[in-house]
Design a binder for this molecule. Structure first.
Ligand code: CO
Length: 199
């Protein structure tokens, strides 16, 4: 049984509108992708990579998970990074968190969330690494600072992947950025943690 007909209608309208503006858009894009950016962001439905940076299909390679975490043993994320760097030759890896992140918030709660608590352990680690900075804070202040600190930690994790380390050793032009998005006003902020080499 075919369901969700309204989504297929929306898809057709979207593709038709793009083709009206540029009849060759999809045929050109079907030949190859050459995005300059890898986006590592949160799965949150309010933080869609392409829309936030206002870029069309073909411009951003995307990996998203809960709370934009880069774990050294996560083959999914590591494979995305390897493909983006080694094959697509992206110039920039952007780790983008967002204020008010539900995953970060859950990591601060002392209650049972089920399976996801295993994933949130990584964010609890970020809290532990930054105990001094978080001391005395509570509520949204603590949450939003941890959202920022998590981005900074994940930028370090991206930099420490074998893929990025090798790229830098081989002299590749590759920058790793840490950004945070404000879901209340749609504005991105650069956390000024850009790393471009090992030195
Ligand atoms: Co989130």
């Amino acid at each position: 049984m075919k369901t969700l007909a309204h989504l297929f209608e929306r898809n057709l309208a979207w593709a038709t509108a793009i083709k009206k503006e540029d009849p060759t858009f999809f045929s050109q894009l079907s030949n190859q992708q050459s995005p300059e950016y890898l986006w590592i962001g949160c799965s949150d439905s309010r933080v869609p990579a392409n829309q936030i940076i206002n870029l069309p299909p073909g411009e951003v390679f995307v990996h998203r998970n809960i709370a934009n975490v880069v774990v050294h043993t996560d083959l999914n994320c590591l494979s995305v990074i390897q493909f983006a760097v080694d094959v697509l030759k992206v110039k920039h890896i952007i780790v983008c968190g967002h204020y008010g992140c539900g995953g970060i918030k859950a990591s601060l709660e002392n209650k049972d969330h089920g399976l996801i608590d295993n994933w949130l352990r990584h964010i609890k680690d970020v809290s532990r690494f930054n105990t001094e900075k978080l001391k005395g804070l509570s509520g949204d202040k603590k949450l939003d600072l941890l959202c920022e600190l998590n981005v900074i930690e994940q930028v370090a994790n991206v930099c420490n992947t074998t893929t990025v380390q090798s790229a830098w050793k081989n002299g590749s032009e590759l920058s790793v950025h840490g950004w945070i998005y404000n879901i209340k006003n749609g504005i991105l902020k650069d956390l000024d943690t850009c790393v471009t080499s090992n030195s």
